[in-house]
Design a protein around this ligand. Sequence first.
Ligand code: UT7
Length: 334
Amino acid sequence: MDKPIYAALKSIGACIPDRIVTNDDLAQIVDTSDEWITKRTGIKERRFASSNQATSDLAINAAKVALNRANIKPSDIDMVIVATISPDFLCMPSTACVVSSALGIVGKPAFDISAACSGFIYLLSLAKSFIESKTCKNILIIGAEKLSSIIDMEDRSTCVLFGDGAGAAVIGATCDISKSILDVNISSNGEYQDFLMTPGCGSRNPITNDTINDRLQFIKMKGNETFKIAVKTLTNDVVEILKRNNLSKDDIDFFVPHQANLRIISAVGEALQFPDDKVAKTVHKYGNTSAASIPITINELFEEGKIKDGSRLLLDAFGGGLTWGSALLSFNSV
Ligand code: UT7
């Protein structure tokens, strides 16, 4: 019988745009304040890409770091998947095709997925399936967003929350289960689709002067409702994945939740009784970067030396759709 193959995270990389936008900068544009944003969200600043940078440019830079750290040539990548809600182009080509071409990955499948802030967990689930079914040996996954292109700079309730960035990982095959992505759990509930959405410019409300004048191309959010369901769902999700793997919080080196709001992160961390220093936080620096937030945060933990080869990570995300998911994995650095 063939030896079982497992999927492992082999490297991480990120790209954070240079331009820092502080809360005080936003207070020049909308009726808000550093005090309100800090108290309600924990965000102090975020990064905005420049006008000539698209989502793929951030994704390509993050991918180059991940490929380099994995010591893998583009020609060894069998598939490229990008999770984004702010693709380079509304319909086609996919951002993954643009990224593949720029990296010299030719003749391999490349496609985008849309799972909003849960995008990176969905990517892990897909990559694990393709590798463990022996369809692929190495997959490049990227969560990348230029959310500054889809936020309404006239809506103070949303424009202060989001930022731009990208995070990438190489997922490869291993025979060593202790190095693997142990488990991934992904879910959705479209009943709450209107909690977090961009209502315009798709087939439901095609691009017309009216949709544009009504600003339907931008992110709309029912913040309060989303907040409550996020805390409950993120907490339950972790309880479930730990239980089904016979693990406890003490077996986890770092809890890496999606970075939407420090109050959500703290509430979930406290409900699960994780010590504060085991809960990863980058939301104060980058805001909510949707599909990029978890890989950017893992990259930050790695670059700060807080995680090393063999560290066990628990990831947990929640976002528009609604979608959510969690993952248990070992961090590996080649
Ligand atoms: O990433 C996917 C998942 N996303 C999330 O999970 C986000 C979940 N939601 C949240 O993080 C929070 O609900 C927000 C940060 C979006 C909002 O915080 P909140 O404590 O729920 O505030 P709120 O929406 O209840 O608004 C409270 C007040 C309102 O004024 P009134 O009606 O009490 O007079 C808002 O108009 O704060 C006002 N407000 C603001 N004031 C200053 C809303 N946005 C702002 C602002 N600056 N930027």
